[in-house]
Design a protein around this ligand. Structure first.
Ligand SMILES: Nc1ncnc2c1ncn2[C@@H]1O[C@H](COP(=O)(O)OP(=O)(O)O)[C@@H](O)[C@H]1O
Ligand SMILES: [Mg+2]
Length: 320
C-alpha cells in the first residue's frame, strides 16, 4: 500500500465509526471525491445523509458550505451576485456559497428548476457566470446533493437531462436492528460530549495525490469491452432480451462509460488491487446507471425502476 492509500484507508475507517452501518455510502462518497465528481444522495429523513457529508468535510482541510434548498431560494443565493460598493462607486462580485471545496446542497428538490440549474451549471462548468464575467470554482470542488424520496408535495424533480451531471446517484436504506443499537450508542456518547479520537484531517494535496494514483490502475481490454457492452445494452436492451423491448426510452450516454471507467478503477484501488475485476464494475454500476436510464411511460406505469433494468442487463450481458 502506498502512503496515500494508507491515508485514505484511515479516512474510510474513521468515517465508518461515525456513520454506522453505511459502509457502502462511505465508500461511494470517497469514490466520488477521488473521481472528481458530484453525488446525489437519496434516502428517507434521518438516515445521516447530512451527517455523512458534514463528517467527510471535517476530515479534509477544505472549505465547506451548506446550502439549504427552499422554495424561495434564488439562483443568486447560490452563485453570488454583483453588489454596488458606494465608497468605490462600482460593482464588485460577492461570491455565493457555491464557492467552496465541498458543497452540501441539502434537499435539492425543494427549490425550483431555475435554482437547481444554477447549481448544476456550476457543477458541470466549474465556473459561475455573473454579469458577463466568469469566476472559477476551486480545483477541489465537490457537490453533494441530498433528496428525500418521500415528499412529493412542494418538491421539484431534478431535470432528467441534467441528472447526468451527477457521477453517482446513491440510494440508502433504513438500518437493521443491530445497526440501530450501535447508532444509539454513538449518539448517546455524543450527547454526553464524550470525546471521540480526533481525526487528523487530510490536506487538499492528499486528495489530489490520490486522484493521480488511481489513474494508474489497470483496466484490461476484456474489462473495458464488458463495460462498454453494459452501457450499450442500456440503449438497446431489446437486442439482449425481448422482455426488455419497449421499456427504455433513452439509455446511458458516454458519460456513463467514462464514469464506470473511473469509479471501477477507484473501487479496485480502495480494495488494494491495481487492476479492475468485474466485481469492481458491479460495485458501482447501479449508482452510475440508475439516473441515466430513462424508462418509457409504459415501463413506468408497470412500476418498473431503472434498477431492475440494470439487474436484468447484468444477468444478460456476458461476463468477460
Ligand atoms: N447510520 C448512522 N450513523 C450514525 N448516526 C446516525 C445514523 N443514522 C442516523 N444517525 C443520527 O441521526 C441524525 C440525523 O441525521 P441527519 O444527517 O440529519 O439525517 P438526514 O440528513 O438523512 O435527514 C444524525 O445526526 C445522527 O446523530
Ligand atoms: Mg438532512
Amino acid at each position: 500500500m502506498s502512503e496515500i492509500q494508507n491515508k485514505i484507508t484511515t479516512l474510510k475507517n474513521y468515517l465508518e465509526t461515525q456513520i454506522i452501518g453505511q459502509e457502502e455510502l462511505v465508500k461511494k462518497l470517497l469514490i466520488t471525491l477521488l473521481a472528481d465528481g458530484h453525488a446525489l444522495l437519496e434516502g428517507a429523513p434521518g438516515l445521516a445523509k447530512t451527517k455523512a457529508i458534514k463528517t467527510l468535510a471535517t476530515c479534509i482541510e477544505a472549505q465547506f458550505n451548506r446550502i439549504q434548498f427552499t422554495p424561495d431560494l434564488l439562483p443568486s443565493d447560490i452563485t453570488g451576485s454583483e453588489i454596488y460598493v458606494a465608497q468605490k462607486g462600482e460593482f464588485t462580485f460577492r461570491q455565493g456559497p457555491v464557492f467552496a471545496n465541498l458543497v452540501l446542497a441539502d434537499e435539492i428538490n425543494r427549490a425550483p428548476a431555475k435554482v437547481q440549474s444554477a447549481l448544476l451549471e456550476a457543477m458541470a462548468e466549474r465556473q459561475v457566470s455573473v454579469g458577463g464575467k466568469r469566476y472559477s470554482l476551486p480545483q477541489l470542488f465537490m457537490v453533494l446533493a441530498t433528496q428525500n424520496p418521500i415528499e412529493h408535495e412542494g418538491t421539484y424533480n431534478l431535470p432528467e437531462a441534467q441528472l447526468d451531471r451527477f457521477l453517482m446517484y446513491i440510494k440508502i436504506d433504513q438500518p437493521e436492528a443491530e445497526t440501530e443499537h450501535k447508532i444509539l450508542k454513538l449518539v448517546r456518547g455524543e450527547d454526553r460530549h464524550e470525546a471521540t479520537a480526533p481525526f487528523a484531517p487530510l490536506s487538499i494535496d492528499d486528495i489530489l495525490a490520490a486522484r493521480r494514483e488511481v489513474q494508474t490502475i489497470h483496466m484490461s481490454d476484456a474489462m473495458e469491452e464488458y463495460m462498454v457492452q453494459l452501457v450499450i445494452a442500456t440503449r438497446h436492451p431489446d437486442r439482449y432480451s425481448q422482455e426488455l423491448a419497449g421499456k427504455v426510452l433513452f439509455g446511458a450516454s458516454p458519460r456513463a462509460t467514462i464514469a464506470l471507467d473511473k469509479c471501477s478503477k477507484i473501487h479496485a484501488w480502495l480494495s488494494g488491487r491495481d487492476f479492475v475485476t468485474p466485481e469492481d464494475i458491479h460495485a458501482v454500476v447501479f449508482d452510475i446507471l440508475r439516473h441515466r436510464i430513462i424508462l418509457t411511460f409504459e415501463a413506468q406505469a408497470e412500476g418498473l425502476a431503472a434498477d431492475s433494468i440494470i439487474e436484468n442487463l447484468l444477468r444478460i450481458v456476458p461476463l468477460p
